[in-house]
Ligand binder design. Structure first.
Ligand code: ZN
Length: 270
């Protein structure tokens, strides 16, 4: 719905521009054609000023940075990029609203999903075009969100592998090499087991919306104020509704700080 409105308005702007150039000026009528509906009226058919569109985020124009070995916590190098990463998906409604948010604003998001959550199946039709365009990236957060340190090597491989297969089967993409260990818990053994199946980059963060549990929108906004900064990887969650009341705030904040939202694939070459 929102996208359709944007397209309509954009189309309207084009028509308005043509009208200003005279292309749409009605020709002088030699005689009435078919009745009162053809009587020229002084009221312009189009508004004089284009309707202001909400600013959309554009795809970044970046030279990709080579992905280094090991865990990443932020975006290396100078720049004004920020990577919002959103985990879990405990609420199908929140994932749905995130997808609408992305579609409406052009926001670039990397989701670290747990395939065991129905939200990623429920919302696949809405997410798929965003994923295919590259605006939204999907990455591996394990199938069922265990502390990977407590599992055997085979258990680690199973958790990442099952989720890998889910992402491939439902979305048709290979999520490697990015995985986020649940709770941020990992160690050299976890990393080695993950690397063995191609998940060689644990993605941590340097800034959090702190919404893995339920907090208020005002709390969430204050965390965004604190952490939405250049070259940060910021973690949020698709678990509770308050974040969905903060979407416009996040957009304004990112614009006001002249930040460029990026996915990991936007930023890194691997
Ligand atoms: Zn998580």
């Amino acid at each position: 719905m929102t996208l359709a409105t944007g397209v309509l308005v954009a189309g309207g702007s084009v028509v308005a521009g043509a009208a200003e150039s005279g292309e749409f000026a009605p020709p002088p009528l030699a005689r009435p054609v078919s009745g009162p509906s053809f009587v020229p009226r002084p009221t312009p058919a189009h508004p004089a000023e284009p309707i202001a569109l909400p600013r959309r985020f554009s795809p970044p124009r970046l030279t990709k940075v080579p992905l280094r070995h090991g865990a990443i916590y932020g975006l290396p190098g100078p720049g004004n990029s920020v990577a919002l990463t959103v985990d879990d998906g405990a609420s199908s409604e929140v994932v749905k609203l995130y997808a609408e948010f992305a579609r409406r604003t052009g926001m670039r998001i990397t989701f670290f999903l747990n395939g065991s959550r129905p939200s990623w199946t429920d919302n696949a039709p809405a997410l798929r075009p965003l994923v295919e365009s590259g605006q939204v990236q999907l990455a591996n957060h394990t199938w069922s969100h265990p502390d990977l340190r407590t599992l055997s090597d085979a258990g680690i491989v199973n958790e990442l592998g099952k989720n890998h297969d889910f992402i491939r089967n439902v979305y048709g993409l290979d999520a490697r090499p990015y995985f986020r260990p649940p709770f941020g818990y990992h160690n050299p053994r976890v990393d080695a087991a993950a690397t063995g199946i191609g998940y060689s980059t644990p993605v941590l963060w340097y800034g959090s919306l702190s919404d893995s549990g339920l907090i208020t929108p005002d709390q969430l906004k204050s965390f965004a104020d604190r952490w939405m900064l250049a070259q940060r990887i910021v973690i949020g969650h698709a678990n509770f509704l308050p974040v969905t009341d903060c979407f416009d705030y996040l957009v304004d904040l990112i614009h006001s700080r002249n930040l460029q939202p990026v996915t990991l694939n936007d930023y890194f070459a691997h």
